[in-house]
Write a protein that binds this ligand. Structure first.
Ligand SMILES: [Cu+2]
Length: 168
């Protein structure tokens, strides 16, 4: 009796492992197919040249208030830091709508790291830090249709260095 129970347990376990193994293989082959398709289908890029202007905490801003892109397109942001004062360091971080204060307050704690551990789910994409005179480029795939925001997470900048990101 005990032996037959063990045998059944073995069969059940073996089939479970077999199933999960098969599932993994299917996922892998789907991922590979997607990779191939993405290589064949040309990406549609939407490029934005954004300037970060100003040399004081009250002057500084992005020279663009909003960005609108099509769903499924690839977004390329060239962020040029047009400041000359060394305290003017900027980045650009795309986030879920309404998460600006949360993301900004976490960024202050972790600056200059940009790991966004606590609020990672709110981050869509982020650039590197641009010093005065530098341009940084950020490329990412537009998320699903909806309203989003962007901001600079350098401590103290998020209140005025911000804008809206619309995916249509
Ligand atoms: Cu900034």
């Amino acid at each position: 009796m005990k032996n037959s129970q063990n045998l059944i347990t073995c069969i059940v376990l073996a089939s479970l492992f077999a199933c999960s193994g098969e599932k993994k293989n299917t996922e892998k082959s789907i991922e590979k197919e997607i990779e191939i398709i993405e290589k064949v289908v040309e990406k549609t890029w939407e490029t934005f040249n954004i300037g970060a202007v100003g040399n004081t905490m009250s002057e500084m801003k992005y020279d663009i208030e909003s960005i609108t892109v099509k769903e499924g397109s690839w977004v390329r942001i060239n962020l040029e830091n047009k400041g000359i004062d060394n305290s003017m360091m900027h980045n650009i971080v795309f986030i879920n709508y309404g998460a600006r204060k949360k993301v900004a307050s976490e960024a202050i704690k972790i600056w200059p790291s940009q790991n966004f551990v606590e609020n990672k789910k709110n981050i869509i994409a982020y650039s590197g830090v641009s010093k005065p005179g530098e341009t940084v480029t950020l490329e990412f795939k537009a998320p699903k249709k909806g309203n989003y925001e962007f901001l600079c997470t350098y401590p103290g900048h998020a209140e005025i260095m911000r804008g809206y990101f619309f995916v249509k």
